[in-house]
Design a protein around this ligand. Structure first.
Ligand SMILES: *[C@@H]1O[C@H](CO)[C@@H](O)[C@H](O)[C@H]1NC(C)=O
Ligand SMILES: *[C@@H]1O[C@H](CO)[C@@H](O)[C@H](O)[C@H]1NC(C)=O
Ligand SMILES: *[C@@H]1O[C@H](CO)[C@@H](O)[C@H](O)[C@H]1NC(C)=O
Ligand SMILES: *[C@@H]1O[C@H](CO)[C@@H](O)[C@H](O)[C@H]1NC(C)=O
Ligand SMILES: *[C@@H]1O[C@H](CO)[C@@H](O)[C@H](O)[C@H]1NC(C)=O
Ligand SMILES: *[C@@H]1O[C@H](CO)[C@@H](O)[C@H](O)[C@H]1NC(C)=O
Ligand SMILES: *[C@@H]1O[C@H](CO)[C@@H](O)[C@H](O)[C@H]1NC(C)=O
Length: 918
């Protein structure tokens, strides 16, 4: 690639990932956010930096997807999770898993089965889940909670940027990851959450696809390669079969040189929507709970179940996760949970063998999706080059060995930083979509595993049936199984009634358990009216075209609905004839009228059909017009005749579409979105208030320590400018403020804390002031005296030989010197009359200003022009006199002015009576 040097500077090569970032656009940041189900990862694309993972306030590369609602404000990430065991009912987590699902969904039901402290409840009004916080004192939808987490992702990024000296303005553009089996309801709920957070989602992307993109974006494969991406996360397992290959394209539009471009194609997907790391954890939890119950019941003689104690179960879950991780690397671990409940501790020994036995039945589930993904791709294991393991769940040794057994010789690759590849891939994907970035050319195609169909029937089907007519209906698959996404498809049919269109998953049994098959419902109106209109014109039934889109984000919708009728008609058009046919010229005149009439008709028709006329109609229009023009202007020149021609014209009508939803799970209504946005803003306000309050308290606290320290550290100096009484008063105030801060101050508001600060700061600052002034003031006075003397001397020298400085001006200057000296003398007297512990008569700050009147006058004198030598001037002036006599005085002035700058320069160079130092 050849670029000019300035262009080369404007294009920065981003090491490692092959990003070209153009500096011609304003600074911009795009986020790739992988919410995960427990931990969120955020990747950042920005100008002049490599694609990178954003570290959070605790310098961690992943952030707990968790919020603690406490005392009216929110805490995120580690700040929330560190208090999870103490405040389990106030700390919802993993909210993104609840998006677009109902309480019967396995991933939701599992929360009550596993005795989580917070159980989502279905809300009929909302048509979705709500999550009660603190036993129902507050309640939020998964969309709201996810919006808060996403908003926190933005905050983390700002914080990260600030640490590196970057500011991004508003960060809104992002790409979010979703599981490959996410349904439309789930995807839509995530998009709604992002909207609530103020994000602009460039696209959603499947987790594995993002991972594959991150893996392949800087590689070129000479030969096509099939990779298997095996991704066991915390709550689910996804397997994707991906083909990497490359092809040649010209380097640029104008170049014949070729370059290789990588291409990534997702061929098949398999999954187990509920098998993840948490399932393994849960087996350990169950084991520990059973063990504790036995001991507990034996000791207390009851048959209670520890599973009913949310706080204890939260502790066990945290412990189980640790146990699982330790057993991934070790054969054995002692497990101890101190005072788990009822003054009893849990103390056991666990081995890896035990864990494997507990999870034995999961192993089969762990490999099944490998097969289904291959089937979907119509490939066998033999076609697979290598397997890449991603996600945390695959760290379980048994899962790896189970996989290895199935995959045989295949290498189990762990080249990808498994926790981060999804976020990084998503960010790269976003940069590719955004026009603000120029990225390495890589092709990517993804597929949709669930076929989508429509069923059509008449909107007013009841009337029809009573009429004994056959009920009209139609079914069609719009998007087939494993078809490409980011495509449009049009369904067309001939019909004369308004229709109802239901968009659904065609094979609900292929969806993950608990998913709902309904996508969208549409009432399509305007067909009947249009059909009638056409019938009156003697035309046939309209052809209805419905265009559907399966977007890059995996959302299917009706994007265009039109009805059209084609009309065939004839026009007479003028055609040129051979020169020798004289008669022709005569026909032209008569034909002219017909042509004109036809034009009128065409216009009429196009007005009726409301929409833009089709090409044929336009052409007819043009031709007739052209015919007109010829006959009008150059009748005699061209010999033409009129012939009849068959024309086609399409009458079109854009149909009215009213969309709505059905089913148990529905996307947020407009009103609800507004309500949620308001709630979130309100929470943000309260968070901010808490931050300000904390700041004010910190400020007061550190001031208290400052006063204390200063009073003891600088005791000697302070005693010179204060009385014993003053010092004692200050000391008392300090102690009082400290006591207040840790007592009433705890619940005080910002204003009160600030008032308390003032109460202490006012007398303290007076003391500090006297302390600093006790040296600064005499220094300033001395400096002024010196300056006065020095300036006066320099001026006297400068006056030499400058007769144009008048005596009056000199006297004026002298009086100003006098005034300054008098001010100093007076102030010194005044101060001498004061005690050192009183407020001083003047401050060091006022002193230098006394030079100002003097310097102002000096500057003016320096600018005063030298008297000029008048010679040519007069001659020139005389020349101009006649032309502008009335303006003579003005002109004269102007002439003088013109000359003065040179004088000024002279003066400046000659310099300078103390001027530059002042
Ligand atoms: C259901 O949701 C609506 C809308 O958010 C809310 O006003 C209502 O209070 C909720 N009902 C319950 C029982 O939580
Ligand atoms: C699957 O692959 C085989 C062999 O490559 C091919 O013959 C067959 O048509 C493919 N089936 C489908 C449904 O694509
Ligand atoms: C990048 O964008 C181009 C143009 O839209 C598209 O053809 C290509 O598949 C995209 N690549 C990736 C990695 O998203
Ligand atoms: C023009 O047409 C008229 C009748 O339509 C005919 O009488 C006349 O002769 C024609 N003139 C020429 C020049 O062909
Ligand atoms: C008709 O003419 C207009 C401008 O005169 C032009 O823009 C348009 O493309 C023409 N249409 C056809 C069908 O030739
Ligand atoms: C006289 O007039 C001419 C042009 O009008 C101008 O260029 C010149 O500066 C004038 N001279 C004086 C002395 O104003
Ligand atoms: C005098 O000068 C001013 C500004 O240069 C001009 O607007 C005005 O017309 C002049 N008057 C005459 C009488 O030339």
């Amino acid at each position: 690639m050849k670029v000019s040097s300035s262009a080369a500077r404007a294009l920065m090569w981003i090491a490692g990932v092959g990003l070209f970032l153009s500096t011609s656009v304003s600074a911009k940041a795009i986020l790739g956010v992988d919410l995960g189900s427990l931990y969120m990862k955020v990747a950042l694309v920005q100008r002049g930096a490599p694609l990178e993972i954003v570290t959070n306030m605790h310098s961690k590369r992943k952030t707990e997807q968790m919020i603690l609602f406490d005392q009216g404000t929110r805490f995120y990430g580690a700040d929330a999770s560190s208090l999870l065991a103490r405040k389990p009912t106030k700390t919802p987590g993993g909210m993104s898993v609840l998006l677009g699902r109902d309480e019967d969904h396995p991933s939701v039901k599992v929360l009550s089965e596993r005795h989580y402290p917070i159980i989502p409840v279905y809300n009929e009004t909302r048509k979705g889940l709500n999550i009660p916080i603190d036993g129902g004192k507050q309640s939020y939808s998964p969309e709201e909670l996810t919006a808060m987490v996403l908003h926190y992702a933005e905050e983390i990024t700002h914080h990260y940027g600030k640490e590196k000296g970057n500011t991004y303005g508003d960060i809104t553009d992002c790409v979010l990851t979703v599981p490959s089996f996410a349904t439309q309801a789930e995807r839509q709920a995530l998009l709604d959450a992002a909207e609530l957070a103020g994000f602009k989602v460039l696209s959603l992307i499947d987790e594995n696809t993002a991972s594959a993109l991150n893996f392949g974006m800087d590689k070129t494969f000479e030969e096509p390669q099939i990779y298997l991406f095996y991704n066991m996360g915390a709550s689910s397992l996804q397997v994707s079969v991906v083909k990497f290959h490359s092809y040649e394209v010209p380097e640029s539009k104008y170049s014949k040189k070729m370059k290789r471009v990588g291409s990534i194609e997702v061929l098949g997907k398999g999954w187990d929507a509920t098998l993840g790391g948490m399932e393994f954890d849960n087996r350990i939890v169950e084991y520990m709970a059973d063990h504790f119950n036995r001991e507990w019941r034996k000791a207390r003689g009851h048959d209670k179940d520890i599973r009913d104690i949310p706080r204890a179960m939260t502790k066990l879950r945290l412990q189980a996760n640790k146990v699982k991780h330790v057993l991934s690397a070790n054969q054995e671990i002692p497990v101890h949970v101190d005072s788990l409940h009822d003054d009893m501790s849990l103390s056991i020994q666990m081995t890896r063998a035990q864990l494997e036995e507990l999870c034995d039945d999961l192993m089969e589930r762990a490999v099944a999706p490998v097969h289904s993904a291959l089937v979907a791709a119509n490939l066998t294991l033999d076609d697979v080059t290598a397997v890449e393991l991603i996600g945390g769940g695959m760290r379980v040794p048994k899962v790896q060995s189970g996989l290895a057994a199935v995959l045989g010789e295949k290498e189990l690759g762990m080249h990808i930083n498994s926790d981060e590849s999804m976020a990084l891939g998503a960010a790269f994907f976003g940069a590719n979509i955004s026009t603000a970035f120029k990225v390495r050319q890589v092709g990517l195609t993804d597929i949709n595993p669930f076929p989508i169909s429509i069923s059509l029937e008449n909107l007013e089907s009841d009337k029809k049936t009573s009429n004994d007519k056959e009920v009209w209906s139609k079914q069609a698959t719009v998007f087939k199984t494993n078809g490409k996404i980011a495509v449009k498809k049009t369904i067309a049919f001939t019909h004369d009634e308004d229709v109802h269109c239901a968009l659904d998953y065609a094979e609900p049994e292929t969806l993950p358990t608990g998913s709902k098959p309904e996508l969208q419902r549409y009432k399509i109106k305007g067909i009947a009216g249009f059909a009638k209109e056409m019938e009156e014109k003697g035309l046939g039934k309209p052809k209805v075209s419905l265009q559907f889109e399966l977007s890059q984000s995996g959302i299917t919708s009706l994007i265009k609905a039109e009805a059209a009728v084609e009309e065939t008609y004839t026009v007479e058009v003028e055609v040129e004839v051979e020169d020798d046919e004289d008669k022709a010229s005569n026909e032209t005149g008569a034909a002219d009228e017909t042509t004109e009439r036809k034009t009128e008709e065409t216009k009429d028709a196009s007005a009726e059909t409301t929409e833009q006329s089709t090409e044929e109609a336009e052409k007819a229009d043009n031709e007739t017009k052209a015919g007109n023009a010829t006959t009008d202007t150059e009748k005699p020149k061209k010999k033409t005749k009129m012939v009849e021609k068959e024309m086609k014209k399409t009458h079109k009508k854009v149909l009215d579409v009213e969309e709505y939803h059905v089913g148990k799970i529905q996307p947020l209504s407009k009103e609800l979105k507004e309500e949620y946005k308001f709630n979130i803003a309100e929470l943000a306000r309260m968070d901010k208030e808490r931050m300000l309050l904390e700041e004010a308290k910190n400020q007061l606290e550190s001031y208290i320590y400052k006063v204390k320290n200063k009073l003891s550290d600088e005791e000697e100096m302070i005693s010179k400018i204060s009385t014993e009484e003053q010092r004692e008063e200050l000391s008392k105030l300090t102690t009082a403020a400290e006591d207040w801060l840790f007592d009433e101050g705890d619940s005080a508001d910002v204003a009160t804390v600030k008032a308390k600060y003032e109460e202490l700061a006012k007398p303290a600052e007076k003391v500090w002031f006297r302390l600093s002034e006790s040296t600064a003031r005499p220094e300033a006075v001395q400096a002024l005296k010196d300056k006065l003397k020095e300036t006066e001397e320099k001026l006297n020298k400068w006056f030499e030989g400058k007769d144009y400085i008048t005596d009056d001006e000199k006297a004026d200057l002298a009086s100003k010197f006098e005034a300054a000296r008098k001010w100093v003398a007076d102030k010194e007297d005044e101060q001498a009359a004061k005690a050192s512990h009183e407020d001083p008569a003047f401050s060091s700050e006022e002193v230098p200003g006394q030079m100002q009147p003097i310097m102002k006058l000096v500057t003016r004198l320096m600018k005063k022009p030298k008297p000029k030598v008048e010679k040519q001037d007069t001659a020139e002036k005389a020349d101009n006199k006649t032309s502008a006599e009335a303006n003579e005085t003005v002109k004269t002035n102007e002439t003088e002015k013109v000359e003065s700058p040179s004088d000024e320069k002279d003066a400046a160079e000659e310099t300078v009576p103390g001027g530059e130092e002042l």
